[in-house]
Write a protein that binds this ligand. Structure first.
Ligand code: ZN
Ligand code: ZN
Length: 112
């Protein structure tokens, strides 16, 4: 299970440099101090930016933007959405149509 950090329901990823990273990778890339401040929402955390000069964005567990996403670090690539989430079964469904393959397949098949 992906580790979550900070406030409930937990920060599972950091969006930076047009990628999403799991928190341990974000710390490796950008340093412990900035990422910990961002995750904790500490006053002044906005001063920290990614390599393109944009502020970090935290992504909370259960966020829709996590669907089909993996950590952007090449050596990691951990799935950022919940393990049980069906989005990984058929990423196209989500990316193209914004809907999740939820197992109730009959809903999408057949009837047209
Ligand atoms: Zn990672
Ligand atoms: Zn998902």
């Amino acid at each position: 299970m992906l580790e979550a950090f900070g406030l409930w329901p937990g920060v599972v990823a950091i969006a930076a440099d047009a990628e999403m990273y799991c928190v341990p990778c974000a710390k490796m890339l950008y340093g412990e101090e900035p990422i910990e401040a961002v995750v904790a929402g500490e006053p002044g955390y906005e001063q920290y930016t990614d390599h393109e000069g944009n502020p970090f964005t935290v992504v909370l567990r259960g966020s829709e933007s996590l669907h089909t996403m993996h950590c952007g670090a090449v050596a990691c690539r951990i799935p950022l959405c919940d393990e049980w989430c069906p989005c990984y079964l058929d990423p196209e469904q989500w990316n193209q149509y914004g809907r999740l393959p939820d197992g109730r397949k009959g809903e999408y098949d057949g009837v047209s």
